[in-house]
Write a protein that binds this ligand. Structure first.
Ligand SMILES: [Zn+2]
Length: 286
């Protein structure tokens, strides 16, 4: 509706619009992890576990603090929807909105995945991204967004009238319910906005609507994370496949994804200091 205003622009519209843009959350002083430490660790770490996620499904995985995990494409172009929780406290979970506010619409190496309030600490740092060459395309698109929420059956039925039961939202619910031995009704509240791994997205130039286009991911590509706290993760293989056309249906060609867990050398883990939760007083200043 922004493109169809009902009110005429005031005389000083130009000067009001010309105010300088200011970064809402400057991150220059954010604590950062040393990239050279990651490259050293990568040479010594060993694969200790892997989880295959079949097409149109989701699986959970555990990553101890100080370990690494990779989300790997190995059969064909496929997008994954990632949820993360504190393994000891599922009330602490990935905060897609604030991660976006801090690091931008799409994340890559050096960006961190932050947890919800009142925790507000880094859950994981992205340490390697084989798709970092993509940058920004001519449509303003890029990969690994924290814009989209996850495909879900409610929006699908609202827009199309069709029921579909393998949306990422539903897949993630079933996976966490199975992991925790709880009902799907109880598990639904644990599922949260995702990191869209490998998905290529942006906002259209004219209407600024969320768009997707075929993911550039190919077998062999991966996105690697360093776990800063003990993590429980869940990854859904989106029914949109490479998300080149639609989702929330059986139409797209879909492929499995793999999660690999890596253990660094013992001394590397011993040296790791877990980030503490936000020291902000929960009295809210009263
Ligand atoms: Zn999806």
């Amino acid at each position: 509706m922004k493109n169809h205003p009902q009110n005429p622009a005031p005389e000083d519209a130009g000067s009001r619009r010309a105010c300088p843009a200011v970064i809402c959350y400057p991150i220059d002083d954010l604590p950062t992890l040393n990239p050279s430490c990651f490259s050293t660790t990568r040479e010594t770490m060993t694969l200790v576990d892997e989880v295959i996620i079949p097409p149109r499904d989701a699986k959970t995985f555990m990553v101890p603090a100080g370990y690494y995990f990779r989300i790997v494409s190995f059969e064909g172009p496929q997008v994954g929807d990632l949820n993360l929780w504190n393994a000891q406290d599922l009330d602490e979970k990935f905060f897609s909105g604030k991660t976006r506010a801090l690091h931008g619409t799409h994340v890559s190496v050096g960006d961190r995945l932050w947890s919800n309030l009142p925790n507000m600490r880094s859950m994981a740092t992205i340490t390697y991204d084989t798709l970092d060459w993509y940058g920004w395309d001519e449509d303003g698109g890029s990969v690994h967004d924290v814009i989209g929420t996850r495909c879900d059956p409610y929006t699908n039925i609202l827009l199309t009238g069709n029921e579909y039961h393998h949306c990422c939202h539903s897949n993630l619910i079933r996976a966490i319910a199975s992991e925790k031995g709880m009902s799907t009704d109880s598990a639904e509240g644990l599922v949260h906005d995702v990191l869209n791994v490998f998905m290529c997205t942006g906002f259209t130039q004219d209407t600024h609507q969320y768009f997707m286009k075929a993911s550039p991911v190919r077998p062999g590509d991966y996105l690697e994370f360093f776990a800063e706290i003990d993590l429980l993760g869940a990854l859904s293989t989106c029914p949109g496949g490479d998300c080149s056309s639609g989702h929330s249906s059986e139409e797209a060609q879909c492929y499995p994804l793999k999660v690999e867990i890596y253990k660094p050398a013992e001394e590397m883990i011993a040296n790791w200091i877990k980030p503490t939760r936000s020291p902000y007083s929960r009295s809210h200043g009263q």
